[in-house]
Design a protein around this ligand. Structure first.
Ligand SMILES: [Zn+2]
Length: 317
């Protein structure tokens, strides 16, 4: 195995994906932490921080490395805890050139800075891997209940999502030019973990994601983790094949009356929006019965802002 021109020996190797320099001459180094076992097996890639302000994902991969859960008994585990290092420094979603890294894949050698970086990942890292877990959070103040997103047109991803064991599996068609699309087109199963919101660390979310990851690593034969997996409570999983957003009926101050992750009935009042001058409050009602898998934490919202993500069609697995 040769990655970034370096022969990967057994044990730990730390490489830097060095693509370009910023205007200050500061190199754009992205650490790639590789652990390889003597016994052959699959290669799993764990990526976080493609969006530099999605801190939960970075924390999940950091803990996996710190607890040595990335040391396989078979195969190789590659961790990239902070893919968009400069976005992370600036606490921003985007790349330093203003682009969303997750919308420029597979990139190109002569494209924008983000596109060149995407190209480097696709040519230097992805050819070596068999599976990928990519960690994200909701955008802005939208807080996602821990969930795994898959595309049902890639059946292997549903199998991995079941093994991950999160309460919700969400069918989410793959966006064009996303990292997930480029990896999927190569026939390599990739699942997305989504939990929490940007610029926030949530211990319940990170804990759930680490448990799920351990379960997948165990399933793929990378690590036997009987001890760590013992404490994982197996819960019923809900596979959401269709979902919709409940949007704010007006601009104003917003309060939610709904607990994230719970089942609500049709027309149930989920929250309310009102002007700041003591005028009439407007209720936000559930358009159908379903599970609330994301809710906005913003105190002030605009008309049409996404307040709740609710399931429409669900299969209980
Ligand atoms: Zn993201």
């Amino acid at each position: 195995m040769t990655i970034l021109g370096q022969d990967i020996k057994y044990g730990k190797t730390i490489l830097n994906l060095d693509i370009a320099k910023l205007h200050t001459g500061t190199p754009l180094d992205v650490p790639v932490i590789i652990e390889r076992a003597k016994k052959p097996g699959p290669t799993i890639l764990l990526t976080a921080g493609i969006h530099g302000n999605e801190i939960n994902g970075i924390e999940i991969v950091r803990q996996i490395i710190q607890k040595k859960y990335n040391v396989p008994q078979q195969g190789t585990i590659i961790c990239m805890p902070v893919v968009n290092v400069f976005g992370f420094i600036n606490q921003e979603r985007k790349f330093p050139d203003g682009r969303d890294l997750n919308r420029v894949f597979p990139g190109g050698k002569k494209g924008s800075l983000a596109a060149r970086f995407a190209h480097a990942i696709m040519t230097q890292i992805i050819p070596h891997i068999d599976y990928c877990i990519d960690y994200h959070t909701g955008g802005g103040q939208r807080f996602n209940y821990s969930q795994v997103r898959i595309d049902s047109t890639y059946p292997k991803t549903l199998e991995l999502a079941k093994v991950f064991g999160s309460k919700f599996i969400v069918n989410s068609p793959i966006l064009e030019k996303s990292f997930r699309k480029s990896v999927s087109l190569l026939g390599k199963p990739i699942i997305l973990f989504e939990g929490g919101k940007t610029l926030d660390l949530d211990r319940i979310v990170t804990h759930r994601a680490i448990e799920g990851t351990l379960s997948v690593l165990h399933h793929l034969g990378c690590r036997t983790q009987k001890e760590e997996l013992k404490s994982i409570a197996r819960i019923p999983q809900h596979y959401i094949t269709q979902s919709t957003w409940v949007r704010s009926p007006k601009s104003g101050m917003y309060r939610s009356f709904t607990k994230l992750g719970t089942f609500v009935e049709k027309k149930q009042i989920l929250g309310s929006v009102s002007d700041p001058f003591g005028g009439k409050e407007k209720s936000v009602k559930a358009p159908n019965a379903g599970y609330i898998i994301c809710q906005n934490h913003a105190p002030v919202v605009n008309q049409g802002d996404a307040l709740f993500h609710i399931s429409e069609e669900v299969q209980t697995l």
